[in-house]
Every structure is written in C-alpha cells, then in structure tokens.
Design a protein around this ligand. Sequence first.
Ligand SMILES: CSC[C@@H](O)[C@@H](O)C(=O)COP(=O)(O)O
Length: 362
Amino acid sequence: MQQTPPPYHPPIAPPIEWIGPAESGHLRLLDQTQLPITTTYLDCTTTQHIWDAIKRLVVRGAPAIGITAAYGLVIASQTPPPNSPLAALSPEDRFQKSCDYLATSRPTAVNLFWAIDRLRKLPDHSPAALLAEAKKIHEEDRKMCHAIGQHALDYLLQHITPHTNRPLTFHTHCNAGALATGGIGTATAPMYLAHEQNIPIRIFADETRPLLQGSRLTAFELQSAGIDVTLICDDMAAHVMQQKLIDLVIVGADRIAANGDAANKIGTYNLAVLAKHHNIPFFVAAPSSTFDLSLSDGSHIPIEERASNEITQGFGNQTAPNNIKTYSPAFDVTPHALITALITERGIIPKPNTQSVTAHLS
Ligand SMILES: CSC[C@@H](O)[C@@H](O)C(=O)COP(=O)(O)O
C-alpha cells in the first residue's frame, strides 16, 4: 500500500457508520433505497436487520456490502437479550451461525464472503476484536479507493486523449461511488481526484435499469460534489458513443475471476461490447478484495436474480401487464477480452488474463 492519503470528506453522508461501544453499539446505514429524495438512516441492532438491509439494497455495492457484513458480525457477537432464541447458543455457535446467515444475503459480490472469512479466521471472536477488524476493513477500503483513483487518473491522463479540445469525458454505469464503498468509490475515484485537482472532466452516468443506481445514486453523488454529470437512459449509450461524446468507460465490479472476467451490474457487458465497436477504452476499477482467484473464469460467478416486481413496478407504478413472465439477472459478466485494463489499489493490469491477474495479486 502507498502512504496514508489525506482524510477524504465525502460530499454526501457516510453510508456506513458504527455507533457506540463494541459490546452494545449498532450500525447506522444511510438508506440508499430512499435516495436521492430523502436522506434517512436505518439503525441496525440485529443480524437480521443487517441481512435485510443488504438484501433490500439499503446498503449496496460490493465493498460496502463486505464492510456492512463485518460490522454485522460484531452485532452477532454481542450478548443477546435473555428471551432471544439466540441466547441458548454458545457465543461461538452464535458467531458461526451468523456468518453462515449473512453469507446468504446476496450471492454475487465476493467482498461479502471475503469479509466474513476474514473475521472468521480471527483467533478471538469477542465484540471488541471483531469491531477492531471491521473498522480495519472499513479504513483499508477507504485507502484502497484513494489508491485506485490515483493509479486510474495517472493512467488516463497519460493514455487517453479527449476527443477534440474538451474535458476528458467518462461514461459510467450503476454506482461504484462513495455510496458503494468506504471511500471515494472505485470507478468514481479518478473523477473525484481529477475534480479536486481542477482537471476538467465530464461524466455521462446511465440510469441503470431496473433499480436506477446510476440516476438515483451516481448522478446524485457526483452532482453533490460539483462534478459535471449528465444523466442518460441506458439505451442511449450506443448513440452517445457514435456521436463521439465518450472518451472512456469506467465501471466497478462485484467479482473478478482469475482470468480477468468481471461481473458487474447488469448492462455492463452491453457497454463493453458497444465500447469495443466504437473503439473506446473500457476500464474496470476494483480493490483486490473483489477478485476471486478460486474461479478460473467468469462463467463460474454466481449471478443474483432479483424479484420480478423490480422490473414490473420498480418505483410504485405498474409498467407491465399483470402476471407477465420476467427474468431479472442483477449482474452480467464482461469477458476479459473486452477490458482495456483492470485498475486496483496496486496499479494497472492492461489486457488482463490469468497470468497477468495472478501475477498482479501475488
Ligand atoms: C464499487 S461498487 C462495484 C459494484 O458493486 C457496483 O458497480 C454494482 O454493480 C452494485 O450493484 P448493486 O446491485 O447496487 O449492489
């Protein structure tokens, strides 16, 4: 890791915050289901609250899910009320069962399993020891975001020339921002650093159907930071690329296989194909906690399927016939051949493949 970056003050409220002492404290989550209209918080005092918050996308984004699960295990290690069914279990059984339980909240982001395993491996499962480790994971993620941003910005400034004389123009998908991490995001990290350094940039954020993380979260957080962001619908991507409005695409990831295939929010693969056709570089920015070297390629990555009502009546209004059949995969896998480079806190992996990914992470 590089030297400690200066503390970053996100333009928005921190999405994850531990409140109180290890033995009796709780987790406060910014409720992202309510953004951008209202800023409300959810206080989680049980592992069930944590599971539900991850499942419902109160907190979402691969690194944020891992951080949340780590704090959730601190809650799991606290003494339960005497009338709780958990009180009959030994503290260690309670901890192990809670690890298994939280691991069922969402299947694709490997950071969830990575964080749970990291706490499992500790010799001491007391609330104090678990809270210290959860805070460490949170702080490490903040630093990794910063390092990703520095590597990404250096690389982009060196390798990408804006089309005509205009600000460097990024296209991003979903939200791989401050709301999804412990810091300044992954895909958004070079944007925040460029903005801080007065380097002219412009961002196209697409809506990201069906749950609109692009419009509700990315457009919101970049606009709050004073960054020049333009919202488009997902189906406008080909057109803006054809119009030569985009210099590069940058997205986050939920799990990256050993060969560099990267799972990210559904629609990412579409963008990678379009970028290839239009000869636009396509980058995936993610911390090393998002790599799963146990999977040889992306075909083994479990893809979450979401409820049909997220398509048919996403935000209240019914937009499809009654009883229509739906299929709602929440993620897709972009083959490594379409990725110009992976960007991690350690640096750049150009043209990723099994050899370069494993060498980079070893
Ligand atoms: C730094 S976050 C990276 C990814 O987790 C992000 O791009 C994404 O796909 C999030 O999906 P979500 O379903 O909102 O959790």
